[in-house]
Design a protein around this ligand. Sequence first.
Ligand code: ADP
Length: 228
Amino acid sequence: MIILENVSKSYSAGAPAINDISIHIEKGEFVFIVGDSGAGKSTLMKLMLKELEPTTGKIYINGKFLNKMKRRKVPMLRRDIGMVFQNFRLLNDRNVYDNVAFAQRVVEVPSKVIRRKVPAMLSMVGLAQKYKSYPRELSGGEQQRVALARALINNPPILLADEPTGNLDPKNSWEIMNLLDEINKRGTTVVVVTHNREIVDAMQKRVITIQKGIIVSDERKGGYIYEN
Ligand code: ADP
């Protein structure tokens, strides 16, 4: 599903941001990627989305060989990867329904399908009642649920979450992580970049730890590795 083979990425002179990393993530896995600031996590995500090209090494996402992928195919690749971010990135001038529906309109899903799917997805994330609310009227946890609904509405096989609980209190962080777990149990491959030590330790998922561009550990039921 996600394969990196001996991938390195150098931005300029100096140490590479990613240094000879190999990762295999199977369909249906739930994986945490952890590491200090500057470890190379963002670079890794950008490589998976083909926002960056590797200096060396091969990348396959969902059976597609990214190195050789034509530019016009990149939007298709990105449709296979739902994204959520620390700062939610919702459209503040649109309500909850339209934020989610927008992701379907841009890929020209028929209105009839949108009218059926958006409420179903909002129910899945527990926001069926709030479909008319605007992002500013929602708590951080609720905004992240909307972002999740938007990321998942087109049924991507992979969900990539970049610090999804970075702006949330512990209760909302747990709710979002439990939702990610549920989404994973329904079949989506979930990759979560996080600093949330307590959650990583409690959830007992696969944990890939990166330091200075190198994988320092990859454990099947891991915890957060305490550096320093
Ligand atoms: P993380 O997401 O784990 O904080 P990054 O992938 O952002 O780490 O950064 C990894 C390394 O690459 C850091 O040393 C950072 O300074 C460097 N880096 C990241 N982006 C760029 C860039 N656009 N140009 C040059 N160096 C960069």
